[in-house]
Ligand binder design. Structure first.
Ligand SMILES: [Zn+2]
Length: 469
């Protein structure tokens, strides 16, 4: 049993009120809330860093499994209770026990926000301390981990956020739906209704019974604000070892390239039963044109200023183009897998194609193409796993050099003006032994299956015998 996760986003409507959005004051409340929570987090990060011993405390417990007293690390919930008892004043203890007085610095702070802040701060402090310990142990002189920043997106637990979508009809007036949030106005905490941009897409995802929704995070950007709902789903997937025992196992192999983004081949009983080519629809060229413009702009304006990102709009466009293509290709890979329940998805372990020589824009384009391949790989893995398909990364050695029919070493070539020329970038693959001629990327994709089954030269590497002393 495993677990798949995804994020479902709901945009808050912060357009002008005349267009049905929230008013300006409400927008300011969100910023005030985030700011105050950041300050509260700073308080607790400092508090935890002042008590490093407590974070590493071992507590005794009785293990049912081993039937004996054992020790374990103190749990986050225990630390939460402990931190609250030391910093928060109650009717019974009007003065907190430590010099850290949270109630005095943050009066009227809702306890649900306080808990989310404490948990956040605890995670930050713990990861900082363990990074620091690792760094100290490594004996390195450079790269000392810096103290943790207290900024984070606020998590809205049930008592601070309420989203009521029942009884709203989407079609006649799409903006009748609100999210009720507890926000800080700058002086006090209040409940406010924020109009949301509801869509059928969001509803279908949010209501999906297969997925369990968790408390959303409030993501504040310069122009937009959104609630991000993390969702998780239990996935039952077989182990690859068990799948491999099945003689009629279906394997789906993917070869990722620059122009033909993905070549998907499906194999069963040693036969290729389906092939799908996913082209980039001119993405590579379009991206190259944009990057050429970017390179020119950078050259004209001299060296780009460090830490200041120039040409943001254009970069954003290129990034979105890549992101969109990655999701689409990953979806078509997952769709092929969905047709063969119980199949195994195969990828090559990714190598980066080194961008050397060539012009700056060409190098930049190559780097983007590499990133795109990585994204397709990751997204396809996630999308396939949701359907219960497990992904295996295979040894990529020589998948594009060997003949997928007989296993001999072949060569890549192309036809130019009716003449066969041998070039490294050739689109076709030719085998000198069995005279098999085929699309080079398809050949590589078929070889990925061979690598998975350890056929021909794709044997596991034997370890060299240990040297006699
Ligand atoms: Zn051959």
């Amino acid at each position: 049993m495993g677990q798949a996760s995804r994020t479902t986003k709901l945009l808050l409507d912060l357009d002008d009120r005349a267009e049905g959005g929230a008013n300006r004051a409400k927008r300011a409340y969100l910023e005030e809330t985030a700011k105050l929570l950041d300050r509260a987090r700073t308080f607790y990060v400092a508090f935890f860093l002042a008590h490093p011993d407590k974070l590493a405390e071992r507590v005794p417990y009785f293990s049912e499994q081993h039937q004996e007293e054992r020790e374990r690390l103190i749990s986050p919930n225990e630390l939460l209770t402990w931190a609250e008892s030391l910093t928060v004043a109650t009717a019974a203890h009007p003065h907190p026990l430590s010099s850290y007085n949270f109630s005095e610095q943050f009066p009227e702070f809702p306890f649900i926000y306080r808990r989310s802040v404490i948990k956040d701060a605890l995670g930050k402090a713990r990861s900082y301390l363990s990074n620091l310990a690792n760094w100290n142990a490594s004996g390195a002189k450079k790269g000392q981990p810096g103290p943790p920043s207290a900024r984070n997106h606020p998590t809205l637990y049930d008592e601070a956020c309420c989203l009521d979508l029942d009884g709203t009809d989407l079609r006649p007036s799409p903006r009748t739906c609100f999210a009720r949030l507890k926000v800080y106005t700058g002086t006090e905490w209040q409940w406010h209704n924020y109009p949301v941009k509801l869509s059928r897409y969001f509803e279908a995802r949010w209501r999906d019974p297969a997925w369990e929704s968790k408390s959303p995070k409030l993501i504040l950007r310069k122009k937009r604000a959104a609630l991000h709902f993390p969702q998780v789903k239990k996935v039952a997937a077989k182990k690859v070892k068990e799948s491999k025992a099945d003689p009629h196992l279906v394997t789906v192999a993917v070869d990722l390239n620059v122009k033909k983004l993905a070549v998907i081949t499906v194999r069963q009983d040693e036969r290729i039963i389906e092939t799908v080519f996913v082209s980039d629809h001119g993405l590579d060229q379009a991206r190259f044109r944009h990057l050429k413009r970017l390179a020119k702009k950078q050259w004209q304006s001299g060296k780009p200023v460090k830490s200041e990102h120039s040409n943001q709009q254009l970069w954003g466009h290129v990034r979105r183009m890549n992101e969109d293509a990655a999701h689409k290709v990953a979806r078509s890979i997952a769709n092929v897998c969905a047709r063969y329940p119980g199949c195994v998805l195969l990828f090559e372990r990714l190598r980066t194609i080194k961008p050397k020589g060539a012009s700056k824009s060409r190098r930049m384009n190559r780097r983007q193409a590499n990133q795109l391949r990585g994204k397709i790989n990751r997204y396809a893995k996630d999308k396939a796993y949701v359907q219960g398909t497990v992904t295996v990364e295979v040894n990529p050695h020589g998948t594009s050099q060997y003949c997928s029919r007989c296993g001999a070493k072949g060569e890549r070539f192309s036809y130019q003006g009716g003449k066969r020329i041998q070039v490294k970038w050739g689109k076709l693959f030719g085998c000198p032994v069995c005279h098999f001629e085929v699309d080079a990327d398809w050949n590589a994709s078929v070889n990925v299956h061979r690598s998975f089954y350890r056929e021909w030269h794709w044997q596991p590497r034997k370890k060299p015998p240990p040297k006699a002393a």
